[in-house]
Design a protein around this ligand. Structure first.
Ligand SMILES: *[C@@H]1O[C@H](CO)[C@@H](O)[C@H](O)[C@H]1NC(C)=O
Ligand SMILES: *[C@@H]1O[C@H](CO)[C@@H](O)[C@H](O)[C@H]1NC(C)=O
Ligand SMILES: *[C@@H]1O[C@H](CO)[C@@H](O)[C@H](O)[C@H]1NC(C)=O
Length: 761
């Protein structure tokens, strides 16, 4: 008996010893569960002598600033890893290589700012990836392309402001993406391209001012969408087009109006959450056969005759509508369903003044009286929004709650914004000053707004800004100065805005752009100058904005392509020159941006001639080319444009003779809608270039069918196959390449791309 006990003890000691030998001293190892825990140890590196068989590794609360390439190669059996609160700033390319069995990776509460294309390579079995509470500002398309088994991606509480096209491509089994608590303002139309399996999308607590209809319409399989806590004020007709949508959350926004046909394109909608908005009335949402639940609590609903149609419809369609009347006084606090139609009266029924109280008095609930809020404005402690729209204010009110995040002051008459107009509002991210008859911004006007991201000054009378106007709001990313009175941009206006991302100057009277106009705007990506009077741009006008991606110069008075001004813009991808009086485009006009340009707008310019070398350098990266409404009769060779998704050639008077044969043959191979018609000769005028038989007598016509290149064949094939088949193809490609190399990866991206393109065509 004793011996056996001693033996047991001995063996326990022995195992303990072996484990200890193979366990990093500072950690705790459990050899049975194959688990290693090194919590809160100030480790600056992942310990090297972790047992090879370890399956669960818990490294929470350390100081691992950089996860270097190959770190986990010695422990290939890991299935679960926790790396929260490790002060991680960067993940080197290949950091997770070798972790082909990992299913759970938690990187929450670190300081990661960028996800690079290869940061997550190697995680081929990963199912859950938690990146919550980092400082991610940007995700490159392709970053998730390795994660074909991921079902849950958590990107909540980061600093994302926009999502580019195809950013989630490769997530073929994804079920839920959480993007809540970011600063998203813009979603590219194809941001959710390729996410056919996604069931749930969380976009709540962002800065969306408008519904991203186009982007959302790509989510044909998504059943649950959360858009709550975004500053959207209005939902128009057919605003959401999602074939499988069942639950829609639009709570805690700033909604003042919802169209009665807002959701008709989402026919399966079952639950609609509209609580805590500013709706005083809602129309019946007829045509919605599956709708069963609407929550309107927390809205200033006036149960007058205007709500009768809604009540009758809800009763008839057996919809559970949660509505508490905020007025008139006689029914305040009552549930709509408990009222009789005769209780719901309007002014004409002679009940007196109190029937239609102003929004301000209606929204003020007893508890909210405690919140300080300038007179005449409404401040919502839940959404941290303050609203003083159309209050006939002559000066900017003071005394908003210090945690206000969105301040809406549209449609007042301020004339000027004096120094320190917004004292103490350090958490303000969005400031609306549109339509306020503002002519002058004083120095230091926004000085306390350290966290301001969006500043809307559209539709005012501002004709100049001095640099010191923007002293303070150094985080400003979106500045709207469109529809004002600028004749020029005075030099150094924007030098204090190093983080500006988008500058809106469209519809002013700017006549030229000179050197240094954009000095300081080193991070500017989007510049809008549509609808000015620009006749001239100096060669260095844009020189400071080296990261520029979008340049809109349409509706100006340019007589030639400003080629010299395009130098030094290596990432320019969209150039709009529509509606400028450019008659002729010479050789090499787009050469400086030929490597990056993807979208080129040359429509409606009265263009008479395009030189044969005008498009030199442009080619496979061009995705859209707009040439409609011009006067040219033919086009230069377009054979290098192999990746077009959109080409528009309507309203161009093509001369349909043998000289146009190369274009005709090119069009034959293109499976895109083009709209090219013949302008001459007279007998074929108005007929489609693709259909006229006139070319059949031209020399060289016969080689047409045999000369198809393999790439166009592949493209046509991808276009034809059903979406299911395409997914399978995509799946095969990704399995085949899973032991990737860089070049194979980029090939994959290209193939994916053409597959997606096939779908759209
Ligand atoms: C980690 O560092 C902190 C602060 O320097 C210190 O208080 C703490 O004791 C350290 N923890 C360990 C396990 O060394
Ligand atoms: C976010 O991360 C920081 C450390 O980077 C941590 O102190 C904080 O508690 C985290 N917040 C949440 C909500 O998890
Ligand atoms: C501002 O926001 C931060 C972070 O959300 C919060 O901790 C702080 O209390 C807010 N400030 C005010 C004055 O509400």
């Amino acid at each position: 008996m004793w011996t056996s006990v001693r033996l047991l003890l001995l063996s326990a000691l022995l195992t303990g010893k072996t484990v200890a030998e193979r366990c990093p001293q500072i950690c705790l190892c459990d050899g049975i569960k194959h688990q290693v825990m090194c919590l809160n140890k100030n480790l600056t590196k992942v310990p090297i002598n972790i047992p090879q068989v370890t399956q669960r590794l818990d490294l929470r609360g350390n100081e691992i600033k950089v996860i270097s390439a190959g770190t986990f190669l010695p422990i290939p059996y890991l299935t679960h890893m926790k790396l929260q609160r490790c002060k991680v700033e960067s993940i080197e390319e290949g950091a997770f290589r070798g972790l082909g069995r990992l299913v759970y990776l938690n990187l929450a509460s670190n300081n990661i700012a960028f996800i690079y294309q290869e940061s997550l390579d190697g995680l081929s079995s990963l199912r859950q990836l938690i990146l919550e509470n980092n400082s991610i500002e940007e995700i490159k398309p392709g970053a998730f392309s390795q994660l074909g088994f991921l079902t849950f991606l958590n990107l909540a509480r980061n600093s994302l402001v926009y999502l580019p096209d195809m950013v989630f491509q490769g997530l073929q089994l994804i079920k839920w993406i959480d993007l809540s608590h970011n600063s998203l303002n813009v979603l590219a139309n194809e941001a959710f391209g390729g996410l056919s399996t996604l069931r749930k999308l969380s976009l709540d607590h962002n800065e969306l001012q408008f519904l991203p209809n186009e982007a959302l319409s790509r989510l044909s399989g998504t059943a649950q969408l959360d858009l709550g806590n975004n500053p959207i004020t209005y939902i128009g007709e057919e605003a959401i087009e999602m074939a499988s949508l069942k639950q829609l959350f639009l709570n805690n926004m700033a909604l003042q109006e919802v169209s009665h046909r807002a959701f008709v394109k989402s026919p399966l909608l079952h639950t609609l959450d509209l609580h805590n908005n500013q709706l005083s009335v809602l129309q019946p949402q007829t045509e919605m056969a599956h709708l069963k639940k609407i929550d309107l609590t927390g809205n200033p609903v006036l149960c007058t005759c205007e709500m009768r149609p809604f009540k009758e419809w809800a009763a008839k369609a057996r919809i559970h509508a949660d509505v508490v009347c905020a007025g008139p006084a006689a029914v305040r606090g009552e549930h709509l369903e408990s009222l009789r139609a005769t209780d719901m009266k309007c002014r004409s029924h002679a009940l007196g003044e109190e029937l239609l109280p102003s929004l301000a008095t209606v929204t003020r609930e007893p508890e909210k009286d405690a919140v300080r809020c300038p007179q005449g404005c409404t401040c919502s402690p839940d959404s941290q929004h303050a609203n003083c729209v159309r209050r006939n204010l002559q000066s900017i009110p003071k005394g908003f709650p210090s945690n206000t995040q969105l301040l809406d002051l549209r449609h007042n008459e301020f004339h000027s914004v004096p120094q320190d107009s917004f004292p103490g509002l350090r958490n303000l991210t969005s400031l609306h000053l549109q339509n306020c008859k503002i002519a002058k911004l004083q120095p230091g006007a926004f000085q306390d707004l350290k966290n301001l991201v969006y500043l809307y000054l559209s539709n005012n009378n501002i004709d100049s800004v001095d640099a010191d106007v923007f002293k303070g709001p150094a985080q400003l990313a979106y500045l709207y100065l469109d529809h004002n009175g600028f004749n020029q941009i005075s030099k150094s206006s924007f030098t204090l805005l190093p983080n500006l991302f988008a500058l809106h100057l469209q519809h002013n009277s700017i006549s030229q752009l000179t050197d240094n106009d954009l000095a300081g705007l080193e991070k500017l990506r989007w510049l809008y100058l549509t609808g000015n009077r620009i006749t001239h741009m100096s060669p260095k006008a844009l020189g400071h904005a080296k990261l520029l991606e979008k340049l809109h110069l349409d509706e100006n008075h340019l007589q030639e392509v400003p080629t010299k001004s395009l130098r030094g813009l290596p990432t320019l991808s969209e150039l709009k020159l529509s509606k400028n009086p450019i008659k002729h485009i010479g050789d090499g006009a787009f050469l400086p941006v030929a490597r990056s340009l993807q979208h080129l707008y040359l429509d409606d310019m009265g263009l008479e001639q395009i030189s044969s070398g005008a498009f030199t350098g442009l080619g496979p990266q061009i995705r859209s080319l707009y040439l409609e409404k011009n006067k040219v009769r033919s086009l230069p060779n377009l054979h290098s444009f192999t990746a077009l998704e959109v080409i528009s050639l309507s309203d161009v008077p093509f001369s349909c003779d043998c000289q146009l044969l190369p274009l005709r043959k090119w069009l034959d191979k293109l499976n895109l809608r083009v709209g090219a018609t013949c302008g001459s000769p007279a007998e074929v005028r108005g007929q489609k270039v693709k259909l006229v038989t006139i070319f059949q007598s031209c020399p060289g016509w016969n080689t047409k069918k045999t000369k198809r290149t393999s790439s166009t064949k592949a493209k046509a094939k991808a276009g034809r196959s059903s979406s299911k088949k395409r997914q399978q193809q995509a799946g095969n490609i990704r399995v085949k390449k899973s032991r990737k190399s860089r070049s194979r990866k980029s090939k994959l991206l290209k193939m994916r791309f053409s597959i997606n393109r096939g779908r759209k065509a």
